[in-house]
Design a protein around this ligand. Sequence first.
Ligand code: CA
Length: 220
Amino acid sequence: MSLRSLGLPDNVYSYLLEHSLREPEVLTALRKETAEHPAARMQISPEQGQFMRLLVELMGVRRAIEVGVFTGYSSLSVALAMPDDGKLLACDVNAEFTSIAKKYWERAGVSHKVELVLAPASETLQARISAGEAGSYDIAFIDADKGGYQAYYEHCLELLRPGGLILVDNVLWSGAVADPSDQGSDTQAIRKLNDHIHADQRVNVSMLPLGDGLYLARKR
Ligand code: CA
């Protein structure tokens, strides 16, 4: 849950943004609107959005999954970076948050690339597996309820093609994962998934201290 990368002194973080951030105007506008929202801390950092856009371009992503849309900063980032025939399956359960996302997908002219499904993500993903879509997605971004992380990871891994990439957000959880006195249920769920991914021989991995910690797992 972080608006910026963990642990960087203010002046270094400012330098990073001033010397690397290229944020399309529509994303800046969305970030400003979301900043006034009571749950603003659920938004990813702008440097993370830019990193995701670069990944989408590098991988030539045409089929993407997002679990946890919130007000849409990451989905809009992915949609903007995909080609015109790209498709993003966006899973969320909150109509109020995603109404903001929809407004900005419209404004950016990417609505035709996004399919929003308002239902528990595990049901949505399982339905896609049952419909024969396993092995057909390029990338998946998991950023939702932490108790569901393990299930989302397994579903997304099945839906990805070999060489596809899962991104799991908040894996450092503001540092709480490394604090043994923190036994909160979310913290424990994240620790459990981190251990699971670390040992998972179906993927090649890298954990980045970007935003609130981002675990990259590439399906073999
Ligand atoms: Ca997050």
